[in-house]
Design a protein around this ligand. Sequence first.
Ligand code: ADP
Length: 561
Amino acid sequence: MAVKMESHKQLSASGKEKASDALPLPLYLTNGVFFTLFFSVVYFLLLRWREKIRNSVPLHVITLSEISAIVLFLASFIYLLGFFGISFVQSLILPRSPHDEISDEDDEILIDDLMLKEDSRAAPCAAAAPTKIVAAPIQPLPEEDEEIVKSVVEGKIPSYALESKLGDCRRAASIRREALQRTTGKSLAGLPLEGFNYEAILGQCCEMPVGYVQIPVGIAGPLLLDGIEYSVPMATTEGCLVASTNRGCKAILASGGATSTVHRDGMTRAPVVRFGSAKRAAELKLFLEEPLNFETLSLVFNSSSRFGRLQKIKCAIAGKNLYIRFTCSTGDAMGMNMVSKGVQNVLDFLVSQFPDMDVLGISGNYCSDKKPAAVNWIEGRGKSVVCEAIIKEEIVSKVLKTNVASLVELNMLKNLTGSAMAGALGGFNAHASNIVSAVYIATGQDPAQNVESSHCITMMEAINGGKDLHVSVSMPSIEVGTVGGGTQLASQSACLNLLGVKGASKGVPGSNSRLLASIVAGSVLAGELSLMSAIAAGQLVKSHMKYNRSSKDVTKLTAST
Ligand code: ADP
């Protein structure tokens, strides 16, 4: 409040001078003096008038004091007439300033308005200009940093070595940034540097930082899933996405909520190994798939981590080459590092059993990470989740503004037939990847895993005599974690906290990450419902009426065109 009043005062002080500013006394005191004078002289003159009448003195005989009183009367009368006359006329013809009276309720608006006024006074066109995002001012570099910048520009100090050389990640980022601007001649204004913990990303999330990108986070929900309401954070720059998902959440909530099941949970890694012959490659395949060997292999695998537990091994042979797909549970971690460590242990063990085995790569793409692949769609990777809801007829019409029959038909023609025609791989949905990406970015997941995590088949069916809608999403490869990677960064961690899945779960290891996978599927369900409804209401219903339900004779229509 003090700040607001101060701003108001400053504004007045710096505004135009008013006529009243020329008075020797403040306006209210000047008015008081003239009021007192006016009524005093009127009282005096009335007394004198009564006295003259009583004593039969003619009224035109006046004393010096009476002349002075009449002069003062006229002067004060003219002043008061002028003051009230002008105020009255002003109130009639001038628009009233919203800031003439400051009430408590207006304070919040006032401060913004005042700032706006201040800005517009400084630059008259600023109000009309589009909003410009200005990065926090970057402090000029201290002299000793100037020297380091020069060394980086000249190539004497490698940019990547700044953190280890300086032992101060924020300083390293600022020096790298300045060196980059000088070598490229391009400004990085707009890319913020301040307000980020560069220590937190060292050796884990990002190398050679020069700042960070801001992405807005919106909230969809409440998403009523398995009896609990969740507010779903979505980091996106795609307008309407959050609003649309929110509408889907509303339809689910009004229909009693969605239900989900995580029916498979295992991260995969598949190295490629080579032999001198296809026969030897096949021998290893048989060895790995022999149930009696599994116990030994899992002991070797599991020794690498407290949480990584080998679940199965699946092999694919291509001539002399063998692709070995290891699947393991990974607790609350997404698990790529964990599974890789376990696989390395097993490979080291196998070399002793198969000395002629040549390990070509810890990853042979049969895993398959961050690429569309049927193996993930069929076998699953990460968490496999199915999520469903029954949306009541009246909710479909009131909230989603469409009808059950149109949704079922659109789903069949678009998500199933259309995707089949397009040769889709796991893409039997309207826009699962939109929701997956936004939730992934907000919660610190690896956004590149959106590729397989967005595999989804959306099913819609009319139930209860065609009145209500059964909708489901089946997502076989949601790859999420609540520990490791970007999940530990402050913003992402806050979003996980909002969902109640921050960090390692206190009870059963992996329950946090499994719940997160369910929430992703539930949010996708909401997104699918809303977008499909928008399409059904906007286009399909109209085309349906035109081409399927029209009372017109279609043959004539065709003939006339
Ligand atoms: P990822 O395997 O997903 O790449 P990281 O290896 O970066 O993940 O993070 C997993 C680390 O977190 C491991 O060192 C693991 O021991 C530790 N950790 C602590 N609690 C858990 C938990 N509940 N589930 C899984 N890992 C955990």
